[in-house]
Design a protein around this ligand. Structure first.
Ligand code: ADP
Ligand code: ASP
Ligand code: MG
Length: 457
């Protein structure tokens, strides 16, 4: 069997869902399990209505909800035609009634907890999976809707819950294998799961890729396909740099570094379940399905170029923590990291000196509270509007003088932090966000112009 995951843009409207149906139809003999994201932008909209309701603004929340309802009804109507849609209408109606009621409840209490946030966010994938299943059936694919909350079992860290693999694998086998045995195509929403007690959870933004990898690993898939809106993993974000080229093959390690440092084409955690089972992952374009995309494998072939790709992560804040000398003691770093952990603020890049530590994070909303907490230990400053730039390539390990070439190229750019070595395959630094377009353009021109034809398209 194989897993085929379609991202938000690949199910964004009726045309996109029809393209997905055609792609799945062509692979039916390989026994696909289909994992879908919410339609493009829907998760953002759901979170916006949850926040509005949480702030007591019932009117805005319900207005957003009605717009969402209209979009889903229109898409389903277009896909199914009048007769089928009339039957299907009430299926979606149940969800929108529940969402409406939930938003009214949140607005009445005027409080939005992470647990309730998950309840609201989960509607995106619940709705898209229902529509996609109905559309597949209308296109002659024998499909079956599977509720992901019956399959993906997680802990209870709401909004970024961690999967419990043992329980999940058992549920996957029980719920999906019988369908595959009957040649049915199971369709499930990514991103959502539930706790052992059955409470709805979500596994973090962009998490449908991870859902696909969990399903693939759990059922021992031959491969996992991540269908998106670009030709594969590229040398850099093609929306940032039109000269970006497709990477034909990349290693799990390289792909993981890129994803971690901002290449959102793949969720950072996705490759782990795949690596453990050595299942190849492909990134493919649902608008250009004949393109070979990118194959992510345990070991990539030899490559002439030092770097495979350049990732950028914007909206980063640098937090500087300086210990007054008298306080400098054993355990200083530990207490800093504990504070980050308490506030659930993830750290990306770290650099330290004897008396101070600089850390970066993308979790901007939580920083004021974190800084107030850290101020009890040390002097704290923070500054937003930064970006992490990360060059990745396994050849970095063996190539001397690389840092000199990179920073020589950027001699006039203000570099705030530098990190190399943690994984030996990335060179990472922090710059002002405004400098990103120029820095990407220059680095791409220097390091990605003359490319090895075996590895790049
Ligand atoms: P999906 O909805 O399919 O999950 P995402 O928006 O999460 O899609 O990811 C696809 C986007 O990732 C692309 O449209 C592209 O702008 C961005 N991206 C960033 N870095 C890269 C890269 N190195 N290669 C390809 N795409 C990239
Ligand atoms: N719909 C979720 C999000 O937008 C998960 C995903 O698309 O991967 O974050
Ligand atoms: Mg994504």
């Amino acid at each position: 069997m194989i897993v085929m995951k379609f991202g938000g843009t690949s199910v964004e409207d009726a045309k996109a869902i029809e393209r997905a149906a055609a792609i799945v139809k062509g692979r039916q003999a390989q026994k696909p399990v289909v994992v879908v994201s919410a339609m493009a932008k829907v998760t953002d909209q759901l979170l916006a209505m949850a926040r509005a309701a949480g702030a007591g603004d019932r009117k805005t929340a319900l207005k957003l909800c009605r717009a969402l309802q209209e979009r889903h009804y229109n898409t389903a109507g277009e896909l199914l035609g009048t007769a089928l849609f009339t039957q299907f209408h009430s299926d979606l109606g149940v969800d929108f009634e529940a969402l409406d009621e939930l938003l009214r409840g949140i607005a009445a209490v005027g409080e939005l907890t992470p647990r309730t946030t998950d309840h609201v966010a989960a509607f995106g994938e619940m709705l898209s999976s229902k529509i996609v299943t109905a559309a597949f059936s209308a296109h002659g694919i024998e499909s079956a809707l599977v509720d992901s909350r019956d399959c993906i079992v997680t802990d209870n860290s709401h909004t970024r819950a961690a999967p419990l693999f043992e329980e999940t694998n058992e549920q996957l086998r029980t719920n999906l294998q019988p369908l595959l045995d009957k040649d049915r195509v199971p369709v499930m929403g990514g991103f959502i799961g539930s706790t052992k007690a059955g409470i709805t959870t979500t596994i973090g933004r962009g998490g449908s890729d991870l859902s696909a990898a969990i399903v693939g690993a759990g059922l021992g898939a031959e491969r996992i396909e991540i269908w998106t809106d670009v030709d594969g993993m590229m040398t850099t974000d093609p929306h940032l740099c039109p000269e970006a080229r497709r990477i034909k093959v990349i290693s799990f390690d390289e792909a993981a570094e890129l994803a971690y440092f901002g290449a959102k084409v793949l969720h950072p955690a996705t490759v782990l379940p795949a690596v453990q089972k050595n299942i190849p992952v492909y990134v493919l374009n649902s608008r250009n399905p004949s393109c070979e995309g990118t194959r992510i494998t345990a070991r990539a072939p030899h490559c002439r170029n030092t770097f495979k790709a350049l990732a950028v992560k914007k909206r980063i804040t640098i937090v500087d923590v300086a210990a007054p000398r008298r306080l400098l003691m054993h355990g200083f770093l530990k207490s800093i990291f504990e504070a980050f952990d308490r506030h659930r603020v993830p750290v990306d890049v770290v650099s330290t000196s004897e008396v101070s530590v600089s850390l970066t994070t993308d979790s901007n909303e939580s920083i004021p509270a974190l800084a107030a907490d850290l101020a009890k230990l040390a002097d704290v400053k923070y500054e937003g509007r930064k970006a992490i730039v990360c060059l990745v390539g396994e050849n970095l390990r063996e190539t001397p003088g690389i840092a000199a070439r990179v920073f020589g190229e950027l001699a006039d750019v203000k570099i705030r932090m530098i990190s190399q070595g943690a994984s030996e395959i990335n060179l990472t630094f922090v710059i002002e966000e405004d400098a990103v377009p120029e820095v990407v353009r220059r680095l791409h021109k220097t390091f990605f112009s003359d490319l090895d034809a075996d590895v790049f398209a």
